[in-house]
Design a protein around this ligand. Structure first.
Ligand SMILES: NC(=O)C1=CN([C@@H]2O[C@H](COP(=O)(O)OP(=O)(O)OC[C@H]3O[C@@H](n4cnc5c(N)ncnc54)[C@H](O)[C@@H]3O)[C@@H](O)[C@H]2O)[C@@H](O)CC1
Ligand SMILES: [K+]
Length: 554
């Protein structure tokens, strides 16, 4: 069955190249009927007909491996159905793998014309190009000869492109455009057997277009898990695509007056952050957030983080600017309270969720050691991360928190992640999932590696690839809002009988933050406006009973 994947709306298991090959081998051993390649060809045929029902030409570019075999199988079926499919074969027919050779034979028997590039018909918007050049086995070396010629020809066409399994040249594990400018930019990608992480992070979203999936019947074999949970005999996912958090489970009523020291069971509570405010709760139920940042000239970053924490449902939000001459009030949000960093004692810090670094400049380094020692819940962003990267003692202090039961989230963009890992940005972006996991293990933290398809990694957990968001968030201040939003959600989650675990909570916050860009529906969403959109989400999640300004609220 071909299904459309809406990345922001569905959770889905993602399998990298090695996991997909294992799954394929297990599926082939079960001798499925029809055989996998024939099922793949049928899926390509179905989608091609749905996308281009009035095509005068369907041109299948078939490569030298089994991806080409899928294309040949589809061409054979289309031709048998009386459709105008032709094939450009870029590979030696005598050296095709066995399955692809059998598909070539079927295409020949169906009367499929095999064309030279010079005979390519002029294609229009109603026609279709099928990219069956490279799939899982591509991307390892530069394209040459007939393959390079076909990729060049494809890039110059105006007809829509349907990529089979992966856009040719896109690395299925990392989302890197491994063939540079020749990497196919598809309008649609039909993933086969599995969704690959590379479709949703790095350059993947821009190259894949609309993603479709056909599991070729292997879901019936129990080889793929349908939702997060015990994985049993299924092939363990490499990562999870994070879809609509809010729809995951029914609302949960928060506990009344949780007492300090109450032991909450630490089990993953999916969707537990989607709660409603009980009438008798008070601001103390939702905890305090302290935002420490805003050095001279950078107060705005800390204000944005504080506003976001407040919008997320924290009970009280303290703004502690690092510039002593900084503002004494946020006139647009007088609810925020100002407190000098020197006024924080170890005792008061121990009650707070701390968000540190937004616009912190060099001044953050001086206060970081105290925050690392005392804050039970700590979100580090921007200059706090640069300070940690530059100072081995701070790195050790961050790492040591986990063994004391203190939890930390770091939210680097790729350059900050590179500084923390001691490598360059290119290395981080070349494998974002691996970089985030390495950083999580090295620092003992949950890591949000920002960028297209943000990664959420936590030691011992399967990472999430965030599915929501648009480039409307690519503007100054969105990161500050995210850090504050995570802190605020974390704090508000304390009111739940079962607070969500950190991995789940962080993924939920990342999803809702990026989803706001889709909700707003604007090409660019300025950070202060983003907070206002998020405030609506916070109200939906926490205020259904009373509304955001109900009697229990501020
Ligand atoms: N075997 C089967 O029954 C199935 C195969 N499937 C398809 O098979 C694909 C994987 O097939 P393969 O492992 O054969 O890999 P590919 O078909 O992706 O490509 C491998 C071939 O391309 C060549 N190649 C790679 N990079 C090149 C370059 N830069 N220049 C020139 N040649 C290059 C390799 O030498 C090899 O011949 C999947 O992506 C999927 O489309 C799926 O349909 C599932 C079923
Ligand atoms: K392809």
């Amino acid at each position: 069955m071909v299904e459309r994947i809406l990345p922001a709306r569905h959770d889905a298991p993602l399998h990298g190249v090695a996991a997909t090959r294992r799954l394929e081998a297990r599926a082939l051993a079960a001798a499925p009927s029809p055989p996998l390649m024939q099922a793949a060809g049928a899926a390509v045929e179905r989608l091609a007909l749905a996308l281009a029902p009035h095509a005068r030409h369907i041109v299948v570019l078939a490569g030298p491996g089994n991806n080409g075999g899928d294309g040949l199988e589809a061409a054979a079926r289309l031709r048998r159905a009386g459709r105008p499919a032709v094939v450009r074969l870029c590979g030696d027919p005598a050296r095709l793998p066995a399955d692809a050779a059998a598909s070539l034979q079927r295409a020949r028997e169906a009367g499929v014309p095999f064309i030279e590039p010079s005979a390519l018909p002029a294609l229009g918007a109603q026609d279709l190009l099928v990219d069956a050049l490279l799939g899982l086995g591509g991307a390892a070396r530069p394209a040459q000869g007939a393959l390079a010629e076909a990729l060049t020809l494809l890039a110059a066409q105006r007809a829509p492109v349907l990529a089979v399994d992966l856009p040719s040249g896109l690395d299925g594990d990392t989302g890197q455009a491994a063939l540079g400018a020749l990497t196919v930019r598809a309008d649609h990608t039909l993933a086969l057997l599995t969704l690959k992480p590379g479709l949703f992070t790095g350059a993947g979203r821009d190259h894949a277009g609309t993603v479709w999936l056909d599991r070729l019947g292997v879901d019936g074999l129990g080889l793929v898990v349908a939702a997060t949970g015990p994985e049993g005999p299924a092939e363990a996912p490499t990562a999870w695509l994070r879809g609509a958090a809010a729809r995951r489970s029914p609302p949960t009523l928060p506990a009344l007056d949780p007492r300090p020291g109450d032991e909450a069971p630490r089990v993953p509570a999916r969707g537990a952050a989607a709660t409603i405010r009980r009438h008798a709760l008070h601001k103390g139920s939702f905890g305090d957030v302290a935002v420490v940042g805003g050095a001279r000239g950078m107060l705005g970053a800390a204000v944005l983080a504080a506003r976001a924490a407040h919008a997320a449902g924290a009970g009280r939000v303290w703004l502690s600017p690092l510039d002593p001459s900084g503002a004494r009030l946020d006139p647009a949000r007088p609810e925020l309270m100002l407190r000098r960093t020197t006024a924080w004692t170890a005792d008061t810090l121990r009650q707070a969720t701390v968000v540190a670094g937004c616009g912190g400049g060099g001044a953050i380094a001086a206060v970081l050691a105290g925050l690392l020692t005392h804050a039970p819940r700590l979100v580090l962003d921007a200059d706090a991360l640069n300070a940690v990267a530059a100072d081995a003692a701070l790195r050790d202090a961050l790492r040591a928190r986990r063994s004391r039961g203190q939890a930390s989230v770091v939210t680097p963009h790729p350059l900050e992640a590179a500084r923390l890992l001691g490598c360059d940005t290119g290395t981080v972006q070349a494998d974002r999932l691996a970089a985030a996991a390495r950083l999580a293990d090295a620092l003992g933290c949950s890591v949000v590696l920002k960028g297209s398809g943000s990664i959420v990694a936590t030691p011992g957990e399967t990472p999430w690839v965030n599915g929501s968001g648009t480039a409307a968030l690519a503007t100054g201040g969105s990161g500050d809002v995210l850090a504050g939003w995570i802190g605020g959600r974390w704090s508000a989650g304390l009111a739940l009988p079962v607070p969500p675990d950190l991995h789940e909570l962080t993924a939920e916050a990342v999803w809702t933050h990026a989803d706001a860009a889709e909700r707003a529906g604007r090409p660019l969403l300025r950070a202060a406006d983003l907070v206002e959109v998020l405030a609506g989400v916070g109200a939906g999640a926490h205020g259904a009973a009373n509304g955001p300004d109900g009697p229990d609220g501020a």
